[in-house]
Design a protein around this ligand. Structure first.
Ligand code: GUN
Ligand code: ZN
Length: 427
């Protein structure tokens, strides 16, 4: 057992923040050998319950859950900031050419290592990431994540039409490859597999049907795709699938909506779509820096809350412009202003933070596993230095309450805030 003393941020089951100015986090192995939170709370009370446990003291630092990035593309690390007129030209001119290189396992492995370093530097301890259509890209990523003992989710991209040579796959083989990868990697250590149709326009009916069959056969895998991001994309999807009620409904028709199904963007939705999300237990990965960068539009936070379905925050690098959860939370705050009907601030700072930690974990079906520091959670956490820069030091020392403190970190923060990222080590 090991204990860590500092200010301690957690969340209660309702998503409200719990903050101990002088807190103690006690970590130790469970029956499965995995490091989990054994106890957490105010220093005096928790220390009295564990008199023998050695304590590491981080004065003036905040211990907080590792961030959870619900949607990112590790193979797009190098095309972050590629300018384009919108989603479809961006895919054609930058994304597909960059992804072609991931047929090469050595290239995949090099990018995977850089990407995981970057996540750690930014305090992100779990991500649901796209790979590419090449099985090598999946093996390389899982091998790198496994060596680091991380909880990570990825899968082979399915795209058997409207895609150039070099990334296009073929329906039957793509499904054989996906199933082989599920058997090889899903639930091995802390790794999880996501069945990953790129988006409906780049898959045939046969490929989408096969993906839905795999999703039914392996019900605790994830499903990961994009929907209703951009108006040209929505128009194209409606032309290709004229019988579906909406673009989202295409996925429902192929059995691709269920718990652990995660769709990035979900911008151009109506309330029937939102109800379909709620009724199927499907979640949205809200990606505000990507939506601003590609000019896609604004996620409707009020609509999502009114109907009541799961969503969390995501960077969507390389459509998104930053690996930093602070930048993503800031952009979500701005996006929440658009179309806002209720007076006041757009989204409370602690809510933004919850949507990128415990709330994102809940949306992924990993509630009480990651994204929080309550007893039983895996001990992936960050140590934040609120005095990391002169301006942060000045501003955070003026904070009168927790919301003001968290907002100062969100507005001014970046990777310099993350002093260390601690990963639950198995064994
Ligand atoms: N839709 C289909 N593929 C992609 C992608 O790689 N990024 C984004 N943002 N949207 C997509
Ligand atoms: Zn994406």
């Amino acid at each position: 057992m090991q204990a860590y003393r500092g200010s301690l941020l957690r969340f209660d089951p309702a998503g409200r923040p719990v903050y101990d100015e002088d807190g103690l986090l006690v970590v130790g192995p469970d029956a499965d050998g995995r490091q989990r939170v054994q106890d957490a709370g105010a220093y005096a009370a928790v220390a009295a319950r564990h008199p023998q446990v050695p304590v590491t003291h981080w004065p003036g630092r905040i211990i907080a859950p590792g961030f959870v990035d619900m949607h990112i593309h590790y193979p797009q690390t190098d095309i972050i900031g590629a300018p384009a007129d919108g989603l479809l030209p961006w895919l054609e001119n930058y994304t597909f050419p960059a992804e072609t290189r991931f047929a090469d396992k050595a290239h995949s492995a090099e990018v995977a290592e850089f990407f995981l370093d970057e996540l750690m530097r930014n305090g992100v301890t779990t991500s649901l990431t796209f790979a590419t259509s090449h099985p090598e890209s999946v093996d390389a990523f899982f091998e790198a994540a496994q060596r680091r003992r991380l909880r990570m989710i990825t899968g082979k991209v399915l795209q058997d039409r409207h895609s150039p040579d070099g990334v296009r796959d073929e329906a039957e083989q793509s499904l054989i490859d996906s199933e082989a990868l599920i058997r090889k990697w899903h639930n091995v250590d802390r790794l999880g597999y996501a069945i990953t149709p790129r988006f409906a326009p780049t898959s045939t009916d046969a490929q989408l049907r096969g993906a839905g069959e795999l999703a039914a056969k392996y019900p605790d895998t994830w499903i990961h795709s994009h929907v209703a991001e951009n108006k040209d994309e929505v128009r194209w999807a409606r032309e290709l699938f004229p019988h579906a009620r909406s673009y989202l409904d295409v996925y429902a028709g192929f059995g691709l909506m269920r718990e652990r199904a995660v769709y990035a963007h979900c911008i151009h939705f109506d309330d029937d779509d939102r109800r379909l999300m709620r009724e199927t237990g499907t979640a949205t990965a809200v990606s505000p820096t990507s939506n601003l960068f590609l000019g896609s539009g604004f996620f409707d936070f009020e609509g999502a809350d009114r109907v009541g379905y799961h969503y969390g925050l995501a960077s969507d690098v390389g459509g998104g412009t930053s690996f930093s959860p602070f930048t993503t939370m800031m952009a979500a705050y701005y996006a929440g202003r658009e179309g806002q009907t209720k007076p006041g601030i757009s989204i409370a700072p602690s809510q933004l933070w919850w949507r990128h930690t415990a709330g994102a974990a809940r949306a992924l079906g990993l509630e009480s596993v990651i994204g929080n520091l309550q007893p039983g959670c895996e001990a992936d956490f960050v140590v934040i230095n609120p005095k990391a820069t002169p301006l942060l030091s000045r501003k955070t020392s003026l904070a009168a309450n927790l919301e003001e403190l968290l907002f100062a970190l969100i507005v001014l923060g970046d990777d310099r805030l993350i002093e260390r990222t601690v990963i639950s080590q198995a064994g």
